[in-house]
Design a protein around this ligand. Structure first.
Ligand SMILES: Cc1ncc(COP(=O)(O)O)c(C=O)c1O
Length: 400
């Protein structure tokens, strides 16, 4: 069980059934968390937020005082983030950037381009010449580096260190660096290296990755001013109370930065910044007994909160009991201790949490799923079965 903050709990209990399911964000909790993260990091290490984790404008705005910029990975994210938090530096990453997206990014003056292939470098160079003549566009080359065996083993999503479509193969480093330093593309300026290799790593593993990336980058033999070591800080859905060790990570980054005082280090986390501030709240519609197991069907499901389906975990949750029962017939209720919480979709994959300890769970009780502030609503297949969309509540906006 994972209990919602009192602000979230009160809001969830105050909502009429018809206004559920709902995403409820505790922006005060978000501010406190990000302030802690920021203060754990050395002041000169730059913190960008990977907007793909949760691009709600209210979230982007709350983060603004604590971050140095935002990482965007599509033309859509670029336009959205530039509108929500204007005048903040943007880094434009992602594989398969289209010419239209690159043009829009050039017109908006994005701070850094994370270039993922040789073809992309050529397209960027050509478009830069036409769209921003006379300007030099700042480039970080994204590489898919191999790191020491085992460092990425515990990752939940691996983008590097093995064959993937992300970034450049390290074997292409020499020609890429040459093209950026021998006058071939005078409109592009090599600023540094980017390597987001994996998500779901703990602080020691991510520090090992950061050290491997920095060591490789400074060994390239050309002046490298910046290294972006990506995001990927773990969020433990099985033990939500145990959080990524930002203090240890910050200390490790400080040691690394001290060894390379001329280098700007940058990180771009997503999940570990926003996961904890979001809750998906719903109510139990029905409770069923099936072949020896019990199931509670809730309003909504994985078409709103896809995270447990994509990651194959049980979304942590807690039950808020509601005593009122408006019908004259008996209230469906579980007879045992363990109930599997499913959604309204006609697929056995619509499972939010298996075998939850919820003795006596009844139709009409409310269930609040935690850690729903990242890769939740925005990665979900909303239109499947055409159920209504959830409500959205941002509590504590602007410090209130
Ligand atoms: C390039 C890049 N940077 C940063 C992130 C953020 O990763 P996380 O949310 O695990 O911190 C991602 C996630 O996929 C990514 O692809």
């Amino acid at each position: 069980m994972t209990h919602p903050t009192s602000t979230v709990r009160d809001r969830v209990l105050s909502l009429p059934s018809a206004e559920l399911p709902a995403y409820v964000y505790d922006l005060t909790a978000l501010r406190e968390h990000v302030a802690t993260v920021r203060s754990a990091l050395p002041p000169h290490v730059e913190l960008y937020y990977a907007a793909k984790a949760n691009p709600e404008p209210e979230i982007l705005t709350e983060l603004a005082p604590y971050v140095d910029g935002y990482e965007v990975s599509s033309g859509g994210e670029l336009a959205h983030v530039a509108k929500a938090v204007p005048r903040h530096p943007l880094a434009f990453g992602g594989p398969g950037k289209t010419p239209d997206e690159i043009t829009a990014a050039l017109e908006r003056g994005v701070h850094r381009f994370h270039v993922e292939s040789e073809h992309e470098l050529r397209v960027l160079a050509e478009l830069a010449r036409c769209v921003v003549p006379g300007e030099r566009v700042a480039v970080l080359l994204r590489f898919n580096l191999a790191v020491a065996d085992g460092t990425l083993a515990s990752s939940s999503l691996t983008m590097g260190g093995r064959p993937t479509p992300f970034g450049l193969d390290p074997s292409r480093a020499v020609p890429m660096l040459r093209a950026l330093t021998d006058g071939t593309h005078p409109q592009l300026e090599l600023r540094g290296i980017q390597a987001h290799l994996a998500s779901g790593l703990d602080a020691p593993d991510l520090l090992a990755v950061a050290r491997a990336v920095v060591t490789w980058a400074v060994g390239l033999g050309v002046p490298i001013g910046e290294v972006n070591v990506g995001g990927g800080m773990t969020v433990d859905y099985a033990q939500p109370e145990s959080r990524f060790d930002w203090a240890a990570y910050g200390e490790g980054l400080a040691r690394l930065a001290d060894e390379y005082p001329d280098l700007t280090l940058r990180i771009e986390p997503g999940r570990a910044l926003t996961a904890y501030c979001g809750w998906y709240a719903t109510e139990v519609l029905d409770v069923k007994h099936s072949h020896g197991e019990e199931f509670a069907v809730v309003r909504g499901g994985t078409h709103h909160l896809r995270t447990p389906a994509t990651k194959g975990h049980d979304q942590p949750c807690s039950v808020l009991e509601v005593d009122a029962w408006p019908h004259p017939w008996p209230r469906p209720a579980s007879g045992g201790d363990r109930v599997t919480l499913t959604g309204q979709l006609c697929t056995p994959k619509d499972v939010l949490a298996r075998h939850v300890h919820a003795p006596g769970l009844r139709a009409g009780d409310r269930v609040v799923f935690a850690l729903a502030g990242a890769y939740a609503w925005n990665i979900s297949h909303h239109d499947f079965l055409m159920h209504p969309r959830p409500g959205f509540h941002f509590l504590g906006a602007g410090g209130r």
